[in-house]
Write a new protein. Structure first.
Length: 293
């Protein structure tokens, strides 16, 4: 058993974790993750993991707080069961957008979550497209921030589209969009937006030439889809031919599905790298949603 790799999966995205298990040819640890009658999280690991390197698979997507507590309690259970090393694999890192004090008397919740994960006993953290790279510095343990940029670039090249521009939907996403643009040798366009309050944004300017071109928006998170739909509308007004969107995390909260469906006439295709459990249950055919592979 010493040094053996093992996988423990939470409840946040069972389909994704099952796919990971099959890809690696490694069975998931026999464990029961349930709730007490008062909704407290209960974790029971039903096999020995002593001396093993255990990868805990859990995204902190909706319900964010429940999934976060599951993650922390799973890590604690493994630590107390004498796992040699614990890797927290968090495809979607919740609270990532609260990474600074944008206004007085606000918390830096991303730092708090980092502290909780370390205190619970994680030795290493893996995430995919953290909302901002600075979150890696919130941890005192090694962090691997993987990216879907290569996945997106290959999928775009397969489509063999002509006259393409890559679009950053806001200033914060410029580095990610530039990386894709460099890989496929396409120009970069930036959308300047102003956020009046959380989950609401207004497009101010489109910086770059999009008239007559196929515009591809690249983003890390689609939450309420307000930013994306406003960007699509602005690009079409500036004369973009077809508009496509690629995002890593399809959160799709609130009225996101409804907004995307209404943008179907303007948005030619929509692709996510990783779908949440809720997204797997929804029917996205109305606006051409797919998964980049």
């Amino acid at each position: 058993m010493n040094g053996q790799m093992m996988l423990l999966a939470g409840n946040s995205n069972k389909q994704l974790f099952s796919d990971i298990s099959k890809k690696l040819g490694t069975k998931l640890i026999d464990a029961k993750i349930s709730r007490f009658s008062d909704s407290e999280v209960q974790v029971q690991v039903n096999e020995s993991i002593r001396g093993s390197e255990v990868f805990v698979l859990q995204a902190t997507c909706d319900p964010c707080n429940d999934n976060l507590m599951e993650l922390l309690i799973m890590i604690d259970a493994l630590k107390r069961a004498s796992a040699s090393r614990i890797f927290a694999v968090i495809p979607y890192f919740g609270y990532a957008r609260q990474d600074r004090k944008a206004h007085p008397r606000e918390p830096i919740s991303a730092k708090l979550v980092a502290n909780l994960i370390q205190t619970a006993g994680a030795d290493h953290m893996l995430a995919i497209d953290l909302h901002s790279a600075q979150i890696q510095g919130f941890f005192d343990i090694p962090v691997d921030n993987l990216t879907a940029v290569n996945l997106f670039s290959k999928d775009i090249e397969k489509k063999n589209m002509k006259n393409v521009v890559i679009v950053a939907p806001d200033v914060g996403g410029v580095a990610r969009a530039r990386s894709v643009a460099k890989r496929i040798d396409a120009p970069l366009v930036i959308i300047e937006k102003r956020r009046s309050q959380a989950n609401e944004s207004e497009v101010m300017n489109v910086i770059g030439e999009v008239k007559g071109r196929n515009a591809i928006i690249v983003d890390d998170i689609i939450d309420t889809a307000g930013t994306l739909c406003n960007a699509v509308e602005a690009l079409k007004k500036e004369g973009a031919k077809d508009v496509y969107a690629y995002c890593t995390h399809g959160v799709f909260s609130g009225k996101a599905i409804e907004r995307l469906a209404k943008s179907g006439n303007n948005m030619h295709g929509f692709h996510t790298a990783f779908r949440t459990e809720q997204e797997n249950k929804e029917n996205k055919a109305d606006f051409g949603c797919g998964t980049a592979r």
